[in-house]
Write a new protein. Structure first.
Lengths: 346, 117
């Protein structure tokens, strides 16, 4: 039965991706990509990867769709039909695909317990020793934050760097604005009128307003639950950060970007962005000062297991703060760009 | 027997659809979508390798003789997803800037406008 579900989901995935390829309207392609991501998340659940499914549903089907839509609001959603036939890409894809399929026959059967992935000593250590050594039930969290803590530190830094990059690329609007002002000075009052109109909110937005006001507190509560319950169940800093950011993005889409920026200015977001990475690195530095290796949590407390708990809690918090701030900074970048041109993403 | 490698074939098909989208479409946003498809297929490859027959999610339960799927691919892909969305955002930000500089997100139109300069 489970295999049947798997196969059905995977065929849907292929159908969805083919539709993404053939559809000419980019808006439709984005929504289909979101659906493909969600199908992938379902498939991850059947493949026992609950933490990954969680992340994929929040990131792939949520945040990334918002980013694509933000881009489409700026660049337009119609794809120009190409006249020329793309024979070479097709042949190249087919030949690479054929070679890869040929290679899969050398791969071990999926799910068999004697593959190198399952019999490796590393796997034994993670599955059998980690609940005793680290003392938390969710093995994914203990591998993520403790055994591979240094790697996760790198990933957090990548997210941090990408957010900084987006802010650098998309916040250079002062020069352009000045050019616009020189051309004609009329748009300025028009923009301010639009803003005051936005603050009131148009009457047909009543239902989203009420629903989101009920929903947003629970989104934040859920984000905190995911953050701090990540040791015991599926969850952790990455997922919590994305859910937290999704709450703010929902607020911004319903009530307008400028009100969100009053509550949480870009300056504060930037501070949080750096603070998360510094908190993560700080845990590493403290463990070095206490005589251990970088990110060796055993020395953080007299009892090694309590030390591991403290370390993982702080590190996950650092990840959560950075991911929230990074997603918000990226969203502010795109949405602010749209507003600078007199349009809003919503 | 037939379904022993089914996941891997789906991975290859998805990967090739992504690669073909990337190479054949001239719209830059569509290229990013193709890249996302390619990325998703790699996620499935890793997660399929971590699956163990009759296993369960790698969260310790009190039931005796539980078989857990491998947590390591889960960790790798979990972080890869979040890093992936951050890099996608960077690519989309560059597309927005390209659109402002050239007035188009179509690769061929941009190349033509560069030639005519």
């Amino acid at each position: 039965m489970e295999e049947f579900t798997d196969i059905f989901l995977m065929l849907l995935l292929v159908a969805g991706s083919l539709a993404v390829l053939y559809v000419r309207n980019l808006f439709v392609a984005t929504m289909l990509l979101s659906a493909v991501s969600f199908l992938m998340a379902l498939l991850f659940v059947t493949l026992d990867a609950v933490d990954v499914a969680f992340t994929e549903a929040a990131v792939g089907a949520g945040i990334s769709t918002v980013l694509y839509l933000g881009t489409l609001a700026l660049v337009g959603s119609n794809e120009r039909p190409t006249a020329k036939l793309s024979v070479i890409p097709l042949l190249l894809s087919l030949s690479i695909g054929g070679a890869l399929v040929y290679a899969t026959f050398e791969m071990p059967t999926i799910g068999s317990p004697d593959t190198p992935v399952q019999t490796s000593n590393v796997t034994k250590r993670f599955v059998e020793v980690s609940p005793i050594e680290i003392g938390i039930p969710n093995m994914v969290t203990s591998v993520l934050a403790s055994y591979r803590g240094f790697d996760t530190f790198g990933e957090t830094t990548v997210v941090f760097t990408a957010a900084i990059g987006v802010l650098l690329i998309l916040s250079q609007k002062h020069i352009r604005r000045r050019e616009d002002d020189e051309e004609d000075s009329t748009p300025r009052p028009a923009v301010s009128v639009e803003k005051s109109h936005d603050q009131v909110g148009s009457p047909h937005d009543l239902i989203p307003h009420v629903v989101s006001k009920i929903l947003i507190p629970f989104i934040f509560l859920f984000a905190f639950y995911v953050q701090f319950h990540g040791d015991f169940g599926p969850g952790g800093g990455f997922q919590a950060g994305v859910i937290m950011a999704a709450g703010f993005i929902l607020y911004s889409l319903i009530f307008g970007l400028h009100i969100t920026k009053q509550i949480l200015p870009l300056r504060v977001v930037e501070l949080f962005l750096a603070f998360g990475v510094l908190l993560y690195g700080g845990v590493g530095i403290v463990s070095m000062i206490k005589g251990g290796n970088f990110l060796d949590y055993n020395v953080l407390s007299a009892d090694p297991i309590a030390g591991q708990h403290i370390g993982i809690l702080l590190v996950e918090l650092g990840v959560g703060i950075t991911v929230t701030a990074a997603m918000l900074a990226i969203f502010y970048g795109f949405a602010g760009r749209a507003q600078g041109r007199g349009k809003d993403v919503n | 027997m037939f379904f022993d490698h089914f996941n891997y074939w789906i991975v290859v098909i998805l990967m090739m659809i992504g690669l073909y989208t990337l190479m054949s479409r001239s719209n830059l946003v569509k290229k990013m979508i193709g890249l996302s498809l390619f990325q998703i297929s790699v996620f499935l490859l890793y997660i399929s390798m971590g699956k163990i027959e009759g296993g369960t999610a790698p969260i310790v339960s009190n039931a005796p003789d539980v078989l857990y799927s491998n947590p390591l691919p889960h960790v790798l892909i979990l972080t890869a997803i979040v890093v992936g969305v951050a890099t996608t955002a960077l690519g989309l930000a560059l597309i927005v800037r390209i659109n402002e500089a050239f007035g188009s997100v179509d690769e061929e139109e941009i190349l033509n406008s560069e030639d005519s300069l």
